[in-house]
Structures are given as C-alpha cells and as structure tokens.
Design a binder for this molecule. Structure first.
Ligand SMILES: [Zn+2]
Length: 72
C-alpha cells in the first residue's frame, strides 16, 4: 500500500533510516529526530528523547508522517 506520506525517516547525521527500538533524540529547534548515538545537541536543545516509536507517538504534531514506520 502506497500513500503520499510514505517517507522513510532517516537520521540527518549518519543518513541511516530509523528503525523501531532505536534510541533517538528530538531537536527542539528544528523538530527533527537524530540517533541518540549521533546526538550533538546541548541538553537544552533536546525536546524529547527515547525509543524512536515512542518519540513519534508523543510528537504527532511533527511526526505523523512517520507512523507507517512504527506500525507493525
Ligand atoms: Zn544517526
């Protein structure tokens, strides 16, 4: 099933696609997600952190386009 929102989110630091279960942090300024391992942000810039699917669920305003990745 293809939808217009079928975008595979990836880390803009290492360019790898996110997978369910990886630890990520959310950038409070740009509303992007990067791997916790790739994180270069100071603590004050981190808006959320946790497993990829948990961050997407908590931040639907920004990441609803990633829901196809976390649904299994
Ligand atoms: Zn990365």
């Amino acid at each position: 099933m293809k939808t217009k929102n079928n975008i595979n989110p990836h880390c803009h630091v290492c360019m790898e696609e996110f997978k369910v279960g990886v630890d990520v942090v959310m950038d409070g300024t740009f509303k992007g997600i990067i791997h916790a391992d790739c994180n270069y942000l100071p603590p004050g810039e981190i808006e959320d952190r946790g497993k990829f699917e948990a961050v997407v669920k908590r931040n639907q305003k920004w990441f609803s386009q990633f829901n196809h990745v976390i649904r299994h």
